[in-house]
Design a protein around this ligand. Sequence first.
Ligand SMILES: Cc1cc2nc3c(=O)[nH]c(=O)nc-3n(C[C@H](O)[C@H](O)[C@H](O)COP(=O)(O)O)c2cc1C
Length: 405
Amino acid sequence: MLSTLIYRSQLSDSVTPERVKALVEHSSIKNAAAEVTGILLFDGQHFFQVLEGTVDNVHAVFERICQDDRHFNLIELMRDYAPARRFGHAGMALFDLRDYEKHTVVDALLKRVTLNDERIRHDRVVKFLRSFVEGRDKETFIGIDPASHWTLTTPLTADVQPSWQPQPDQRCEFALQPIVDATNRQIVSCEALIRGLHGAPPADYFSQLPESERYQADLYSKTYAFQLARHLGLGELTLSVNLLPMSLVMIDDAVEHLIQQIRLQGLRPEQVVVEVTEDEIISRFDEFQFAVQQLKAAGISLALDDFGAGFAGLSLLADFQPDKVKIDRKLITDIHRSGPRQAIVLAILKCCQALEITVIAEGVEKIEEWLWLEGAGVRYYQGFLFARPALNALPAVSWPVRRPK
Ligand SMILES: Cc1cc2nc3c(=O)[nH]c(=O)nc-3n(C[C@H](O)[C@H](O)[C@H](O)COP(=O)(O)O)c2cc1C
């Protein structure tokens, strides 16, 4: 099967124009041998390459290209399949934008397309090429520092709060994970993540419960999270707890119970955030809306968790606007290298900005992910990069710091 891959990248400072020419000649020979065709656009600073060939061969070439330190900020823009090659000539041609007058460059580029077909006008690959040549892609391009320019502060063990021993009758425990404002080096909130006894995975806890007790157990378990917050002296820090939306609907007086438990542990409803995922909301939206009104009336905030992972996505926001949206880790992982993820997250940010919804990026594990998200305007983060969840304790945070030059 014929596959197509497009990426863009930036030339490393140390690479001279002569070396680019040599690189193209060498690559062209290698591509011809692997029956990989395509084009490499270059504007003196940025590369934009189309690779076409069998899935395996394109993948192998791209793997090597990704490892190459002659360029950086490499972003994969598209992977697709096609009935025929757009660039049928063997090897790889270089198209240097600087060799053309601005108004002739698109036509000159289109002349290189060997596919003689009307459909080429609507072809995504050609649209991508035009966008690069016309500089339209710059609107969404966020260049980041190499990760090697950054390091992390080591958390001091002394920072870790004393852990708390669970009660003898407790059937589940909680691990706390901070949500941080990395620029201001502040923990703004922490999420209480449910665990089985001795930190066993949450599935172990839920699987031993009969289906009929699920919602009750979910709701009542939060008492332990509030107790933990009190014992650790979280003060004014916001505490996020996860709830199945139906726990608020199926259990009588669920919201009153929650508020009572919050107050009993010396917390204020205003410092509690209830996190729900979108899937259960959409199946019984009206009933859920009623519970939300009660929560909001009591001062509790709402966060939409794992946003982007479910079925509703942006359309849910048309009917229901939470205070916070937590972007799912699947959209965050390797975002610095993925054009599609970047486009989706930028759209979420734009939408949430217009609706004054706070955005939190979840599952941030790499410096590069954080750097890209910072560039895009995200302010709040949760993930292993900053702190792993700690059982019955609030862990200290590692902060990114720029290495001295
Ligand atoms: C912008 C850019 C584009 C490249 N394109 C190709 C390519 O199309 N085909 C290829 O084999 N190598 C390409 N390379 C070079 C590879 O990264 C890698 O250096 C080369 O494939 C290794 O060849 P070797 O195993 O013969 O040393 C490119 C490098 C850069 C920086």
